[in-house]
Design a protein around this ligand. Structure first.
Ligand SMILES: C[S@@+](CC[C@H](N)C(=O)[O-])C[C@H]1O[C@@H](n2cnc3c(N)ncnc32)[C@H](O)[C@@H]1O
Length: 284
C-alpha cells in the first residue's frame, strides 16, 4: 500500500508533471529579495526559512552528523544541505529538478563547501538507478516524499542505503493539522470528500501542486513499518501564523486570532495540530 491515509490517490500523476511544477518555481526561491545566487541571497533564504520553520535545526540535528555520511532526498535550494556540510558531514544531495540543483550547487560554491557535497539529479522513486548504493549514517528528507506519486517506492529505495545503525529522518505533511482544517473550510467550503485534491491545490506557496499526500501520526508510523522501518520518534510541529499578504512582502504580521494567544499555548497547538509530521526511524 503506498499511502494508507488517502482515499484519492495521486499514483497516476506523471513524474514529469511533478518535475515541471517544482522546476518552474523552486521551493523558497522568493525567500529573499537580494539578487538570486549571491551570498546575501542565500543568507536571507536561510534566515527566513529557519525563522518561519524554527523546528528544522532541532529535527535535523546538524551537528550530530559531523564526520558522517548524509543522503538528502529532495534538497531543493539546499538550505539544510549546506548546514549538514557546514557542520562537517559528507553529503549526497538529490533532487528531481535541475533548477533547484543549479542553485544549490551555486550555494555550495558561494560558501566553499563543494568538496563536502555531491549533487545528483534523480527521481527518488528510482534512486538506485542514479545514486550509487552504499550505506549512509543518515537519510534525510524534508517535505519531499509526500510530493511524489508513489511515496512507498521511495521508502523501498531508502532501504538500500541504510544499515541497522543508520537513522532515517523524514518530514511529511500531517493530515490532522490546523492547515488541513483551514484548507477544508477556507478554500474547500467544507467539501471534505474533495479533501485530498484541495490539500494538493493549496499545500504550497504556489497553487496547483500535482501531488501532496498527508499522513496521520499512526498512519505514518504504519506506512514506515510496511516498508521495513521502525519509528523511533514522532514530532508534530509548525503552524504558519502570519498574514499571507504581509508575509509575501517580507513582513511578519501575526493573524489576529493567534496574536492574543500566549506563546506557550501556541506552541502546544503546534505540537498537537502542526503541519509537519517529523518521523525518525531505523531499518528493522
Ligand atoms: C517542498 S520542496 C522541499 C525542498 C527542501 N527539502 C526544503 O526543505 O527546502 C520539495 C522538493 O522535492 C523535490 N521532489 C519532488 N518529488 C521528487 C522526487 N520524486 N525525487 C526527487 N526529488 C523530488 C522537488 O523538486 C522539490 O525540490
Amino acid at each position: 500500500m503506498t499511502n494508507p491515509n488517502s482515499t484519492e490517490t495521486f499514483q497516476d500523476k506523471p513524474i514529469a508533471q511533478v518535475h515541471d511544477y517544482w522546476n518552474a518555481r523552486p521551493c523558497n526561491i522568493r525567500h529573499s529579495t537580494k539578487p538570486v545566487g549571491t551570498r546575501e541571497y542565500f543568507d536571507e533564504v536561510e534566515a527566513r526559512k529557519y525563522f518561519v520553520e524554527s523546528h528544522i535545526p532541532a529535527f535535523a540535528d546538524f551537528k550530530r552528523w559531523k564526520g558522517k555520511k548524509v543522503l538528502e532526498i529532495g534538497c531543493g535550494l539546499g538550505t539544510d544541505t549546506i548546514n549538514f556540510a557546514r557542520h562537517g558531514a559528507q553529503v549526497t544531495a538529490v533532487d528531481l529538478t535541475e533548477k533547484s540543483l543549479e542553485l544549490a550547487l551555486q550555494r555550495a560554491k558561494v560558501f566553499g563547501l563543494e568538496d563536502r557535497i555531491r549533487f545528483i539529479q534523480a527521481n527518488a522513486e528510482e534512486l538506485s538507478a542514479s545514486v550509487p548504493v552504499e550505506p549512509y549514517d543518515l537519510v534525510y528528507s524534508f517535505g519531499v516524499i509526500h510530493h511524489t506519486p508513489a511515496p512507498g517506492k521511495v521508502l523501498d529505495e531508502i532501504r538500500k542505503y541504510v544499515t541497522p545503525q543508520s537513522t532515517v529522518k523524514i518530514m511529511v505533511y500531517n493530515r490532522w493539522s490546523w492547515k488541513v482544517l483551514w484548507i477544508l473550510f477556507v478554500y474547500g467550503k467544507g467539501q471534505f470528500w474533495k479533501l485530498n485534491g484541495l490539500i494538493a491545490e493549496c499545500s504550497e506557496a504556489q497553487t496547483g501542486c500535482p501531488v501532496t499526500y498527508s499522513y496521520s501520526r499512526a498512519g505514518g508510523t504504519r506506512w514506515l513499518k510496511e516498508h521495513g522501518f521502525q519509528t523511533t520518534d514522532v514530532v508534530v510541529d509548525h503552524i504558519f501564523p502570519y498574514v499571507i499578504a504581509e508575509y509575501v512582502q517580507h513582513r511578519y504580521k501575526v493573524l489576529w486570532y493567534f496574536r492574543w494567544m500566549p506563546r506557550a499555548l501556541f506552541h502546544a497547538l503546534e505540537r498537537a495540530f502542526g503541519w509537519h509530521l517529523c518521523l525518525t526511524a531505523k531499518a528493522e
